[in-house]
Design a protein around this ligand. Structure first.
Ligand SMILES: Cc1cc2nc3c(=O)[nH]c(=O)nc-3n(C[C@H](O)[C@H](O)[C@H](O)COP(=O)(O)O)c2cc1C
Length: 189
C-alpha cells in the first residue's frame, strides 16, 4: 500500500524526550546561567554535539539563510561562532550584522533561540580561534579570512516541550543592562 509523504511524516513521533521539572521561582535572573545549565544538562544526558546550532542570517535583499555551525564560546559578551569572511554568512553579516541562533536538545524536549545584533571579535580573538582548530580544520583557510563573531542577545527564548502540549516558554528580553523575564510565552508589551 502506498503511503503519502505527508502521512509518513505525520506518523513520525515528536517530543519523544523526557523534560526535566522546571520551577518558575527557581529561574536565574541572567539567561546566560540558564543556557549553561541547559547545555550541560544536554551533554550529561548524552547529546553528542549539544553545541551545534542553526545560525540564521539575512542577505542584502532581506532574504533569510540558515546553516548549522558550532558554538565557540558564550559569556556576557554574547554567543560566539566562527567561519570564513568570504562565506555566504560572512557576506550576509557584513551587509546585515544581525542573526538568530537556534539550539535543540531532543532528549530534554528543549530548544533555545537567541537573537540580536552581531559584533565581529578582535583580529586577535579570531586568530586565536583559528589556531585552536585542528590542522585539518585550518587547512585551506586563507590568512585573515577566519572571523569570530558574537550574537549579542536582545532576546532569548527557552522552550521546553510537554507531553500534554502545555509547553513552557521562558523569554528574556534585554532592558538596558537588565533582563526582563516572562514565563509561558506572555510577551512584554
Ligand atoms: C555539525 C556541523 C558543524 C559545523 N560547524 C561550522 C562552523 O563552526 N563554522 C562554519 O563556518 N561552518 C560550519 N559548518 C558548515 C556550515 O553548516 C555551512 O555549510 C558553511 O558554514 C557554509 O555556510 P554559508 O555558505 O551559509 O556561509 C558546520 C556544519 C555542521 C553540519
Amino acid at each position: 500500500m502506498e503511503i503519502t509523504t505527508a502521512a509518513w511524516l505525520r506518523a513520525r513521533p515528536t517530543l519523544t524526550g523526557s523534560a526535566p521539572t522546571l520551577h518558575p521561582d527557581s529561574l536565574p535572573d541572567d539567561p546566560l546561567a540558564l543556557f549553561l545549565n541547559w547545555i550541560t544538562t544536554a551533554a550529561e544526558a548524552g547529546v553528542a554535539e549539544p553545541h551545534a546550532a542553526t545560525l540564521a542570517t539575512v542577505d542584502a535583499d532581506g532574504v533569510p539563510d540558515a546553516r548549522t555551525l558550532i558554538l565557540k564560546d558564550v559569556d556576557e559578551r554574547g554567543w560566539a561562532f566562527a567561519g570564513p569572511r568570504s562565506s555566504a554568512k560572512g557576506r550576509q553579516l557584513a551587509a546585515r550584522p544581525a542573526a538568530a541562533l537556534n539550539f535543540w536538545w531532543q532528549p530534554q524536549r528543549r530548544a533555545v533561540r537567541v537573537r540580536g545584533p552581531v559584533q565581529e571579535a578582535s583580529a586577535e580573538e579570531s586568530a586565536a580561534d583559528l589556531q585552536a582548530r585542528s590542522a585539518a580544520a585550518r587547512a585551506g583557510v586563507a590568512e585573515g579570512d577566519w572571523v569570530l563573531w558574537r550574537v549579542v542577545p536582545s532576546r532569548i527564548e527557552f522552550w521546553q516541550g510537554a507531553e500534554d502540549r502545555q509547553h513552557v516558554r521562558i523569554v528574556y528580553v534585554r532592558d538596558g543592562s537588565d533582563w526582563v523575564r516572562t514565563w509561558r510565552g506572555e510577551e512584554r508589551a
